[in-house]
Structure formats: C-alpha cells, structure tokens
Write a protein that binds this ligand. Structure first.
Ligand SMILES: [Zn+2]
Length: 164
C-alpha cells in the first residue's frame, strides 16, 4: 500500500525547485508516474529540455506567466483537481505555488481544497516562499532553504545549467 505525503520546500535560499526535481528524478528511477506543474514561470530551463528527452511532463501555466496575471483559479490548479479525481500521478509537484497564492491566481481555500483532495497514494510537493499558515498546518514535511552564503552578492549572473 502506497503512502503519499504532502511536502513543502520553502525558504529564502536557493534550491527549492531543484530539490523537487531531485525527488522526481528518484521517483522516475523507480518507474513512478511523475507530473510537474510550474506556476508563474515561462522560462525554458535545463530541466525542460531534459524532461522532453525522457518523456517527463512539465506543464507551465499557459495564462499566468511570470509578471502576468492569471485567472483564478489557475487552469493548472483545475487540472490538478481533475487529475486527483480520475488519473492521479504518484508524484505531483506544484512549483511556485506560494507565489501563485501571493498574486491571487490561487486562493488559500483552493490550495487547501487541493491538498485535501490528494489521493492517499499521491505524493504532493509544493514550493515557494512565504507559506500560508493553512498549508503549514496541512503539510507532513516542510523544508526551509536557508541562505548562508550566495554568490549573487558578488554579481555572478544566472548561469546556464546551474540556475536555469
Ligand atoms: Zn496560472
């Protein structure tokens, strides 16, 4: 019997999305069904290129890209709800969920409803800074990335293959 938990990667440090992707990498190795939704992002990063090569499905919101408003609820949240009802993956990552909540593409009520609709066997992972208390309360695992040192202070630009 599969036990699926609800995890959150948060904090001001680097590594939230990378941690979620690492978890997906492991799950794929065990032939689990993985689905990644990215909210508030439109950039094509290394992970999207590699995902295409290995047939991994990463969907970015077609409406509310970074800097643009989305409808509420965000179409990807509606899709996630539908997936939970009929064809749930083993792993569902919702990247930048907290940013989507902050800009009101997703209400806190909708986020809570989604977590509660999670089937028993699905691992749900959300990322983003400033997690609402309602989600902190529901989470089984919360990891906060703490920046101890970061090279952006030295003016290092985002590097291909490392930051994107
Ligand atoms: Zn959206």
């Amino acid at each position: 019997m599969k036990i699926g938990k609800f995890q959150i990667y948060t904090g001001k440090g680097k590594g939230k999305t990378t941690a979620a992707l690492g978890l997906c990498f492991r799950a794929l190795g065990q032939d689990l069904k993985v689905k990644i939704f990215q909210l508030r992002k439109s950039q094509v990063c290394g992970e999207h290129i590699q995902a295409k090569r290995i047939g991994l499905d990463i969907s970015q919101c077609p409406v509310g890209r970074s800097g643009e408003p989305c409808v509420s609820p965000c179409p990807l949240i509606i899709e996630a709800m539908e997936m939970f009802e009929k064809d749930a993956p083993d792993i569902l990552v919702i990247d930048e969920m907290m940013e989507a909540i902050r800009v009101k593409c997703v209400s806190i009520d909708e986020a809570v409803e989604l977590v509660k609709a999670k089937p028993e066997g699905t691992e749900l992972i959300m990322t983003g800074r400033n997690v609402p208390q309602e989600l902190l309360d529901l989470a089984d695992l919360i990891t906060s990335m703490e920046p101890i040192k970061h090279y952006y202070k030295d003016g290092v630009p985002a590097r291909e293959g490392i930051e994107y």
